[in-house]
Design a protein around this ligand. Structure first.
Ligand code: HEC
Length: 115
């Protein structure tokens, strides 16, 4: 039994660290990241249409699912149904920044993390 205690403890610690890092996301840095990596296809601001007609406006993403659900997808460099997209690989701080930025622009504020 005790053999399992360490891995579980480390996993819990990792979760706590992820939680702490999450609070540090900077919407300003996240905005610059999506401007550079996503804006050629997506509308990344509070107004304007997406350059690629199929690409959802970022401010509408929380109408589909909680923004936090994108954390894992971004971390793995995978976004489902994203055939035309280059492979992205962001660091954890970068992902926190992007999530903070996306939360800050949602048109549907009720569904997003920050109310
Ligand atoms: C080359 C164009 C292109 C780039 C660059 C791009 N996207 Fe997309 N993205 C699309 C298209 C097109 C869709 C719609 C795909 C579909 O629903 O079939 C999409 C869909 C999405 C979705 C919704 C996925 C879903 O399953 O609901 C998210 C979230 C997303 N993109 C995030 C990003 C982020 C974050 C970046 C920058 C890091 C980015 N995209 C860069 C073209 C792009």
């Amino acid at each position: 039994m005790t053999r399992h205690a360490l891995p579980v403890g480390l996993f819990g610690l990792a979760l706590m660290m992820a939680g702490a890092a999450h609070a540090q996301g900077s919407a300003g840095r996240g905005g610059a990241l999506v401007e550079r990596n996503c804006a050629m296809c997506h509308s990344v601001g509070v107004r304007g249409q997406s350059p690629s007609a199929d690409a959802p406006r970022f401010r509408d993403l929380s109408k589909r699912y909680p923004i936090e659900m994108l954390e894992e997808a971004l971390a793995e460099g995978i976004l489902t149904r994203h055939p035309a997209m280059p492979q992205f690989r962001f660091t954890v701080p970068e992902i926190n920044d992007i999530i903070a930025y996306l939360n800050s622009i949602q048109s549907n504020q009720k569904a997003s993390f920050k109310r």
